[in-house]
Design a protein around this ligand. Structure first.
Ligand SMILES: [Fe+2]
Ligand SMILES: [Fe+2]
Length: 463
């Protein structure tokens, strides 16, 4: 007689079992992006999927899936489907796709390997028994895998911003084009990976700026929502991402030579006067595009400072007219401008930019929002290069609000200054005898003229 066994993890799958359902997934299935959607449509044809849309569950065919859906269950694999029956190697393929737990049918005489309680498979392979630590390390590893994909994703989104401004100059704006451009960034892991790249790689002041700002903004907004009330809906995440992505759309009304200039304009110059019109121009455009009052307020108010008498506060708007989401956007906008490496200003590495924001807190920012921002981005933002108490250098790859001083790091350089070719994750929460002694300026430590720090970060290989 066949027996149904639930919550089986990939390590416990053995050849001959019949796969009935996939019941747990990694983060990319929480909010489908176009790439994950394409994979599901091509590789899971014929299966039935339970999805969450607008907080309700629906059972749909694979063909009916849409971006932003959250996948709850995959079931009813048609006979003959390559996942319907477990064969040698199937478990690895399923785990590689981010499928984490299954319901299986076991025929008489067959036994399932008992699963360890709720531990990610890779952590089990590392023999880590503390579930929290196992999860931290597993998520850090998934994050590092996404960094490989995130760089071309960021480049594509940057091009999309350039095209959007170009079309805007001709008076044409498309919400659908903007939504398509941010599609890939909707994956939480992807927005974090772009956030790390933002601190390591040079950016221009207009195009990559919008992409990095949107990725950081959506990530911070998600962390704030999760910490205070509940997981934001896919639609909310998408709207926040769009508001960040489009916050500088009014720059399409600024002449190209001013926009692309690497000169630093005097704050009383004509060029600056023109540049400052971008926020009210952007608000007009976004309200015509029906992007909602919050996105319009973000475009209008992201340069309004708490002390509105400051020279760099514009347009002339009372601070109580600035919505909380725009106060957060203002913080992220300055943070990205600081960490974005440009020719005409000093480079601020993320850990030092965070320190500067704290100094500006009383004059420029909403302090409650700044607190939320710092709890999300951390004291050592992901991608920061830090020195450990052993004198080794390491990149920060995972932060948790409760342990901001003790992130998960990956060591890349020995105390003698030699680059390491095979890397290990170090969880500073678990390694209590280790600590961070300083934030290292990666632009000074590595070559400033190339993206050497990013190349080292991208070539991290665990093992
Ligand atoms: Fe702006
Ligand atoms: Fe901006």
């Amino acid at each position: 007689m066949a027996e149904l066994k639930r919550n089986v993890d990939p390590n416990a799958l053995t050849p001959g079992m019949k796969l009935v359902q996939v019941t747990r997934f990694d983060s990319k299935y929480k909010c489908l992006d176009s790439r994950t959607l394409a994979f599901l449509k091509s590789d899971l044809q014929g299966a039935t999927i339970v999805v969450v849309r607008d907080s309700k569950e629906y059972s749909v065919s694979v063909e009916e899936l849409k971006t932003l859906d959250e996948i709850k269950i995959v079931e009813r694999f048609p006979p003959g489907h390559r996942f319907a029956m477990i064969e040698a190697g199937t478990a690895d393929v399923l785990a590689d796709h981010g499928f984490l737990a299954f319901t299986v049918e076991i025929s008489a005489g067959q036994t399932a390997v008992p699963s360890a309680p709720d531990l990610p498979p890779k952590a089990r392979a590392r023999h880590i028994e503390n579930p929290q630590q196992a999860r931290r390390l597993d998520e850090a590893e998934q994050f590092l895998e996404l960094v490989q994909e995130a760089s071309p994703t960021r480049d594509r989104a940057t091009l999309a911003v350039e095209e959007m401004l170009e079309q805007g100059r001709r008076g044409s704006f498309s919400r659908a084009a903007a939504e398509a451009a941010v599609g890939d960034l909707l994956n939480l892991g992807m927005s974090q990976a772009v956030q790390a790249i933002a601190g390591l790689k040079a950016s221009d002041q207009t195009y990559a700026h919008c992409v990095d700002m949107a990725a950081i903004f959506a990530d911070v907004y998600g962390a704030v929502s999760r910490g205070t009330q509940k997981e934001p809906s896919a639609e909310t995440t998408s709207n926040v991402l769009l508001a960040g992505f489009m916050h500088d759309i009014g720059k399409c009304k600024v002449p190209q030579e001013i926009l692309d200039s690497t000169a630093r304009f005097d704050s009383d110059s004509e060029e600056m006067r023109i540049m400052r019109t971008h926020s009210s121009e952007g608000a007009k455009i976004l309200s015509q595009m029906d992007l909602g009052k919050e996105a319009v307020n973000v475009a209008l108010c992201h340069h309004v400072k708490k002390d509105t008498s400051l020279k760099n506060s514009y347009p002339n708007i009372r601070y109580d007219q600035v919505l909380p989401i725009s106060r957060m956007a203002a913080i992220v906008d300055v943070y990205q401008a600081l960490i974005g490496k440009r020719n005409y200003k000093p480079n601020w590495v993320p850990g030092k930019a965070v320190q500067l924001l704290m100094k500006l807190r009383s004059s420029e920012f909403d302090e409650r929002m700044l607190g939320h921002f710092l709890r999300s981005v951390g004291i050592y933002p992901i991608g920061s290069l830090v020195r450990l108490s052993t004198d080794e250098l390491a990149f920060v790859v995972r932060n948790e609000p409760e342990y901001l001083e003790r992130p998960v790091v990956v060591v890349v350089e020995t105390a003698r200054g030699e680059l390491i070719s095979h890397h290990n994750l170090v969880d500073l929460v678990a390694e209590s005898d280790l600590s961070i002694t300083e934030v290292v300026d990666h632009y000074k430590h590595y070559s400033d003229s190339t993206d050497q720090a990013f190349d080292i970060f991208r070539s991290v290989r665990l093992g």
